[in-house]
Structure formats: structure tokens, C-alpha cells
Design a protein around this ligand. Structure first.
Ligand code: TRP
Length: 338
């Protein structure tokens, strides 16, 4: 029986932190293991050039690392097609054709586009910012629509911030279907409601740009050191002072990573029966126990680069076959030669 197709991807921006793990990757792995979808998971390396075009070596290095990270947390190339976006040129061709039918107005009013410009303005002086506001940056959602629609994916698990991009993908699909002929299904976003709530060391949302993240590539010692820096209840100076677990990063992470037993520790914290030192020690142990198998799997993969190459080669081949089939329909609909 034909399974509905699911596609998702991430930009290779650097190592994965726990926020991205819980907000996105974990969901991919769970869905993969349920086996109800035909899964395609890729690394959106072309997308990274929209802002980091001056650092191509870094993009290539991060892309490779992200593939290893995907597999180390449980994406299985036997069950999921894992590939690099730039290995499947059909994404670029569809992006080009979509760019012809996408009104610029749709792109200019994207909240993500406005946010990116605001970030660039903070980073670069006024004279320099213009060179970063590229054609490709404006077209970011068009490439994303091509990523999704070239596989006729029906379901796209993403973080909340990506909802507007999914809306554009649906609009482009509708517009194409209306102008030429009915080729694309309208993809649905699968948004995990608890996404983005994971606090970082300083209690702000965990994010690489805040420097408050725990990475799945951190060593056991680094995890211990980071947990020790976490903000707890400001008024709890001694073990016997009552704590407020709702405001404590250590307690919040404990709730996520020890869902069965965290209540006991919360209650003891509230009543002044346990101190932050004990809480931190236990949380570091819990996190390291969770990360240990991921570390082992990563080491295995990193000592076997030929295997990773083979996964990427096979993944690209499978992805290409599906994408090419769609492109043949698209070319025919637009009176292009096959
Ligand atoms: N824009 C996504 C992000 O930054 C990454 C991405 C690119 C993507 N193409 C995609 C996600 C297609 C889902 C489907 O997270």
C-alpha cells in the first residue's frame, strides 16, 4: 500500500542542541519508528548560502556533521531516505520554475524575511547590510516550497517559526495547479506544540546564538559544567530555602528528561528538603545517560566515513528518482522538453 510522504529538513547551522533535538529531530525519529509515512529527511545546505555564502567550507563541514547527528539520534537510513539538498538538482530546477509564478509581494511580507533583515542589520553596519539582502534570501521560501513539493510531500514536521513558509508552499502549489494542471498536493505542517519551550542555561529559549545551549556533541564534562551554571531559584541560597521549580532551569529540564520521577524532586525542592547542588548533579547524570548512546553511535559513524558517504549516495539516488518523476510532470505541464 502507498504510504503518505513526509519530508523535513534542517539547515546545517552547526551542532544540534537539545532544543532542536526535542523540538524537531525527536519527532522525526518517533514518526520513522511508527512506520506510517514514507520519510525523506535532508540537510538544507543550499538554504545556508542565503546568509553564509562567504563561508562555503563551513557549510560543507556542518552539512556532513548534521547527517551524522541525524543518524546518531536514531534516523535510520534503512527506514528514512537521508540526503543532501545540493545532491538533488531537481530542487533547484523546481525552485527556478516556481520563482516565475511567485509574486514578490508574497515574499516581501514574510515575517521570517523581515526577521532575517533585522538580524542582519544588527550584525552588519548600515552600509554593508545591503549586500546581504540577496535575491536568494528573498526567495528562501520558494526554495523551501520546491524542497517539499518536488516529493509531493503531504506532511512536513517543522518548528512553529516555519508555519509561514508552509503557508507559502501551499499557496505556490495552489497557484501552480490552477495555472497549469493539478500536480501538487497541499502540504500540511506538523507543528509540535511544545516546540521552542526548552530553556537554555540562562533561562532564555535555548539557542546557539544566545550561547546558552547544551549540544548533543558536548562531552560528559561539558554537560556537568553547563548544568552547574544553570539558573535556579534566585532566592534559594541554602538547601532549606524553598525553591520554585517553575522558574528553575534545572527543574524544567528534569521534567522533560525524567518525566516519570521529576515530581518527587520538585516537591522536595519546594519544601526545602533538597538543594540545587543535588538537583544539578542528578540532572547532569540524567542528561549524560541520555546522551551516552548518541555519543557512541556518533563515534562509530565518524570512524566510518565510507559508510556515511554510502548513505548519502544511496539517499540522493532514491530522492532523485522521486524528484525526477515529479519534474517530468512539471516540465510537461509547462511545455518544456522532458
Ligand atoms: N527552513 C527550514 C528551517 O530553517 C529548513 C528547511 C528547508 C525545511 N527546506 C525545508 C524544512 C523543507 C522543512 C521542509 O528550519
Amino acid at each position: 500500500m502507498h504510504k503518505p510522504r513526509l519530508l523535513s529538513g534542517m539547515q546545517p547551522t552547526g551542532p544540534i542542541h537539545l532544543g532542536r533535538l526535542e523540538g524537531a529531530l525527536r519527532q522525526w525519529v518517533d514518526i520513522q519508528n511508527e512506520g506510517t509515512y514514507e520519510m525523506f529527511c535532508f540537510v538544507a545546505d543550499w538554504h545556508s548560502y542565503t546568509t553564509r555564502f562567504k563561508n562555503p567550507e563551513e557549510i560543507a563541514k556542518n552539512a556532513r556533521m548534521l547527517v551524522v547527528d541525524y543518524m546518531s539520534v536514531g534516523l535510520d537510513p534503512e527506514k528514512t531516505t537521508i540526503f543532501l539538498q545540493s545532491d538533488v538538482k531537481q530542487h533547484a530546477e523546481l525552485h527556478l520554475l516556481f520563482s516565475m509564478i511567485t509574486p514578490v509581494g508574497w515574499l516581501e511580507r514574510q515575517p521570517t524575511y523581515k526577521d532575517k533583515i533585522a538580524t542582519l542589520e544588527q550584525k552588519y553596519s548600515e552600509e554593508n547590510v545591503a549586500e546581504y539582502i540577496s535575491y536568494g534570501l528573498l526567495g528562501y521560501p520558494v526554495l523551501q516550497a520546491a524542497d517539499i513539493l518536488v516529493y509531493k510531500a503531504e506532511l512536513v514536521p517543522v518548528g512553529k517559526d516555519q508555519a509561514p513558509h508552509l503557508e507559502i508552499a501551499r499557496e505556490i502549489a495552489r497557484r501552480f495547479n490552477y495555472i497549469y494542471r493539478e500536480i501538487f498536493p497541499e502540504p500540511q505542517a506538523l507543528i509540535r506544540e511544545d516546540t521552542g519551550t526548552l530553556p537554555g542555561i540562562d533561562r532564555r529559549k535555548m539557542s546557539s546564538s544566545y550561547g546558552n545551549a547544551i549540544y548533543i556533541r558536548d562531552t560528559a564534562d561539558e554537560v556537568v559544567a553547563k548544568v552547574n551554571q544553570m539558573i535556579t531559584t534566585e532566592t534559594k541560597l541554602r538547601k532549606t530555602d524553598p525553591g520554585v521549580p517553575e522558574n528553575c532551569v534545572v527543574c524544567q529540564l528534569r521534567k522533560i528528561y525524567d518525566p516519570e520521577n521529576y515530581q518527587v524532586s520538585w516537591e522536595e525542592c519546594r519544601q526545602g528538603l533538597r538543594g540545587c547542588t543535588q538537583n544539578k548533579k542528578e540532572l547532569a547524570e540524567i542528561l549524560n545517560a541520555m546522551l551516552e548512546p548518541i555519543r557512541r553511535r556518533r563515534e562509530e559513524l565518524e570512524s566510518n566515513p565510507d559508510y556515511v558517504d554510502e548513505v548519502l549516495r544511496k539517499g540522493a539516488e532514491k530522492a532523485r528518482a522521486v524528484a525526477e518523476e515529479t519534474m517530468r510532470e512539471v516540465r510537461a505541464a509547462m511545455c518544456l522538453r522532458p
